[in-house]
Design a protein around this ligand. Structure first.
Ligand code: NAG
Ligand code: NAG
Length: 181
């Protein structure tokens, strides 16, 4: 009985504490929403002097799986304005993907685009989605962002431009359509 009283007193004090705390007063001060279209090439380098994609984990059966089901890759892939790796770098795609289908070559991707060029310098976009890699065009979601892209949403259409058959290094074209403030 005494314990119950103590508990009740504790809960009342806790309630009083919460009710006396200020609730969030921040104003969002959002401007008019705008749509930006950003186009670039992503370089996925598995085999290179400095690889930008590394396999970090795989299930025992992943190597025997025709769809690599169970393999996880971490990436820090450069994004360039032009098609070639030596063209202007505008940011990086940092994140991970996992082969997540037993019936086709398909990934779940979770990554941040970290921009470093003048316009969106230090802003990020957070991307998540399904990438059935052999489809001509794949669509992924933009689920948020930071800096210039705070509260962003949008979508990505991407298309593999080329794959080196010996190294599996790939160049992928990205069309990013982002709604932001
Ligand atoms: C981007 O911002 C960083 C610091 O936040 C600065 O060092 C760098 O020079 C900037 N880059 C460009 C291209 O403006
Ligand atoms: C990407 O954008 C370019 C230029 O706006 C366009 O020509 C191309 O068809 C688009 N690609 C996809 C897959 O939507």
């Amino acid at each position: 009985m005494r314990e119950n009283t103590a508990l009740a007193t504790g809960m009342v004090s806790l309630l009083l504490l919460f009710s006396s705390m200020p609730i969030c007063q921040a104003k969002l001060r959002l401007g008019e929403p705008k749509v930006s279209c950003i186009e670039f090439y992503l370089h996925d380098l598995l085999v290179a002097e400095k690889p930008t994609a590394v396999i970090v984990a795989e299930a025992n059966m992943a190597k025997a799986s025709p769809t690599l089901f169970g393999e996880v890759v971490v990436v820090d892939n450069p994004l360039t304005k032009g098609l070639v790796l030596t063209s202007k770098v505008i940011g990086k795609a940092q994140g991970l993907h996992a082969y997540s289908s037993q019936s086709e070559l398909s990934l779940i991707e979770a990554m941040n685009f970290v921009f470093t060029d003048v316009k969106f310098n230090s802003s990020t976009l957070t991307v998540m989605g399904r990438n059935p890699v052999l489809h001509k065009v794949r669509e992924l979601s933009i689920i948020g962002g930071s800096g210039a892209f705070r509260l962003a949403c949008g979508y990505i259409l991407k298309q593999t431009y080329s794959v080196d058959l010996t190294t599996q290094n790939a160049v992928v074209h990205y069309n990013v359509t982002v709604l932001h403030y």
